[in-house]
Unconditional design. Structure first.
Length: 244
């Protein structure tokens, strides 16, 4: 019989090993009041580095939860080396992109400002929190880094050409992603998704001029930016990632 895993999964940024003592504060209300867990109950914890572990609660209140780490129940599983580069859009839809990118298995999330980006205020800590929550809910043991936002031109000027960029061209001039990706192998990649207004002609020309850029179409219809991010990650994962 398979051992029943705890119902609660929590991210905690500390080394995890048998006997380690953890003090959970941010999650205390959720654990004790919402989920009604107390001394003797177990939770699952992970830190993005050491896999997943069970931890038994020793003290519980609305403000603090103390627990002792008992044993490892899952090895660390990291995603493929693929980044998501995306132009921020409206707040809720930007949150959606970050959540789905974490769930679907990217290693780094990089907001980029393009000429037509109409959202210039980002809270990196809030996006990081969404990535952590997505990892907690999907059973993952890895939380992707959320990088500082950069202008697209600045990002490309210092780009390592060994990392190919899957350029999702909303003008649909390129070949379908699944057709194109059959010609490539695994390795470091990034996926670039534009803003609601698409890429400017200048930006598109600059992308096509770079040898490490791989232009693709995401189908016969123009997708919203958040939909395009999910579609592109899925296409890459099914061709070159850990979905195969």
């Amino acid at each position: 019989m398979h051992e029943t895993r705890p119902k609660i999964r929590l991210y905690f940024d500390a080394p995890l090993c048998t006997g380690a003592e953890l003090l959970l504060e941010e999650q205390a209300h959720y654990v004790s009041t919402v989920m009604r867990h107390g001394p003797g109950d177990c939770v699952e914890v992970f830190n993005g580095r050491d896999g997943a572990w069970t931890a038994r609660i020793t003290q519980a209140s609305k403000r603090k939860i103390a627990c002792t780490v008992e044993k490892q129940i899952a090895l660390q599983q990291n995603p493929p080396d693929v980044w998501l580069l995306f132009a921020p859009i409206k707040k809720a839809r930007t949150d959606f992109i970050v959540e789905k990118a974490a769930e679907m298995g990217v290693s780094r999330i990089c907001p980029v400002f393009t000429q037509f980006t109409n959202s210039e205020r980002l809270r990196r800590d809030r996006l990081r929190a969404h990535a952590i929550e997505a990892a907690e809910q999907c059973g993952g043991t890895f939380v992707p880094e959320v990088a500082e936002a950069m202008k697209l031109g600045s990002l490309l000027s210092d780009w390592d050409s060994r990392r190919r960029i899957l350029f999702c061209d909303e003008r649909r001039n390129a070949e379908p992603a699944q057709t194109v990706l059959r010609n490539y192998t695994r390795g470091p990649w990034a996926i670039l998704i534009g803003p609601e207004g698409g890429f400017s002609q200048e930006e598109a020309d600059a992308m096509y001029a770079r040898d490490f850029v791989v232009p693709v179409s995401l189908g016969p219809r123009v997708l919203r930016a958040d939909t395009a991010a999910v579609a592109a990650i899925a296409a890459w994962q099914m061709a070159l990632g850990d979905w195969v």
